[in-house]
Design a binder for this molecule. Structure first.
Ligand code: NAD
Length: 389
């Protein structure tokens, strides 16, 4: 890459700080020239890892976008601000790499698409799980037809967030208020991203209807009852978010998707990625590739037996080099893809239509849980999905 991209980071909490330090600060084609957070101490903390500390600093994202010397911004703030900041940046012609999270309203998703179509300012939804080794290897196997016609895909955001959520006031973190005020599939995209790519969502296929159900909310109450580390103001009964939310989505081509949010009961982290087709299936929980004709009583093959499908950017040498750059290296890889598309003027690998259709699962799930009804998933491409390749 020949061009050096100047980037501003908006949102310097856990994620913005880590990505700034471990990815943006070391990418040779990137220079961090501006920092923004609502809190000045977070801006100062981020300044520490910069070699050139003479950067533009502001607590106002509009000021950064309007006045700083930036080609692009990385938006890593609270979920509430993803759409407004991304829209503002696009309108000002500043390219956007926006972190993941669900939307609050469908309107936000339409706003993103409208701003992009009006300005054509590049925007990528930074769904790093679309670049992980397991998911990218399986995507390549699907493309090669190993699993046949894909009929069913499922995945989860399975992550014990009880401590993060219940210490949200102390840590000035947004999840606490979200878990208190809403009951929805609040984080659908880690599992939906790779699934949508497998099912060619927005590129020949689309999600049509969604139905979500939620369990009761008991995990946080138990955590608080036990007197575990939590904000002092929290009481039993404060949380509205159900512990487990299941969302079923039907697709135009007849495939079915199941998403599971499971973040407030004890568990280990897993995305439970699984796909099933007419010729076989892959189940990440068991790391099991099962192809038609395999003997079901013999051990199926692990994914590592399918080396030829691993993308080159996951070569052992590259993996070793980038493994400390966040989430085993996938954070680094997603930014390499972002800057490469930006430099070549190519379509972003996760574009605004993906962003809108994945983010909209959150408000739709909220509506479905509240009403007990299935709801339609909008087509943000306005029919273009039929011919997009
Ligand atoms: N892709 C991943 O693997 C991954 C991992 C963690 C978090 N995330 C995403 O990153 C984002 C941030 O998560 P986090 O855990 O770092 O949260 P955080 O609360 O630690 O950080 C968010 C920061 O944004 C700042 N902020 C909020 N509104 C702002 C505004 N209007 N202007 C400027 N700054 C503002 C806050 O002050 C805070 O410092 C979320 O969207 C989350 O979903 C993604």
């Amino acid at each position: 890459m020949s061009k050096i991209f100047k980037i501003g980071i908006i949102g310097l909490g856990c994620r913005g700080y880590e990505v700034g330090k471990r990815v943006l600060n070391i990418l040779p084609s990137v220079k961090i020239t501006a920092l923004c957070d609502k809190y000045e101490d977070r801006i100062e903390r981020a300044c520490e890892f910069l070699e050139d500390k003479n950067v533009f600093k502001s607590t106002d994202y509009k000021k950064l976008i309007d006045e700083a010397d930036v080609d692009c911004v990385y938006v890593s703030c609270d979920w509430e601000m993803h759409a407004p900041i991304s829209v503002y940046a696009m309108e000002k012609g500043v390219a956007v790499a926006c972190e993941v999270g669900g939307a609050y309203t469908l309107q936000e998703c339409y706003d993103l698409v409208e701003a992009y179509e009006k300005t054509k300012t590049p925007i990528m939804f930074m769904e790093n799980c679309c670049f992980d080794k397991t998911e990218t290897t399986v995507v390549n196997m699907v493309k090669d037809g190993l699993f046949g016609d894909i009929v069913y895909c499922s995945g989860a955001y399975g992550h014990d967030l009880r401590e993060e959520v219940t210490n949200g006031t102390a840590n000035r973190h947004y999840r606490e208020r979200n878990y208190m005020q809403r009951c929805c599939e609040n984080y659908p995209t880690h599992e939906l991203g790779p699934i949508a790519q497998i099912l060619k969502i927005n590129k020949g296929n689309r999600m049509v209807k969604l139905f979500s159900v939620a369990s009761k909310s008991a995990g946080m109450d138990e955590y608080i009852r036990q007197g575990r580390k939590a904000d002092a103001h929290l009481k039993v009964g404060d949380f509205k978010q159900g512990d487990v939310v299941i969302t079923n989505i039907t697709c135009e081509n007849g495939a079915l998707i199941t998403l599971k949010l499971d973040t407030s009961l004890p568990r280990s982290y897993h995305r439970e990625f699984a796909i099933a087709g007419t010729k076989g299936r892959y189940t990440a929980l068991m790391d099991e590739v099962f192809l038609d004709g395999d003997n079901e009583w013999k051990k199926s093959k692990p994914l590592s037996d399918y080396l030829k499908y691993v993308p080159p950017y996951w070569s052992p040498e590259e993996e070793k080099r980038i493994k400390e750059c966040g989430h085993g290296g996938m954070d680094y890889i997603e930014f390499v893809h972002f800057f490469s598309a930006l430099e070549k003027g190519e379509e972003m690998p996760v574009d605004v239509y993906d962003m809108a259709s994945w983010m909209c699962i959150t408000p739709l799930s909220e509506q479905s849980i509240a009403t007990g009804q299935a709801v339609d998933v909008p087509d943000f491409t306005n029919g273009k999905y039929k011919t997009r390749g």
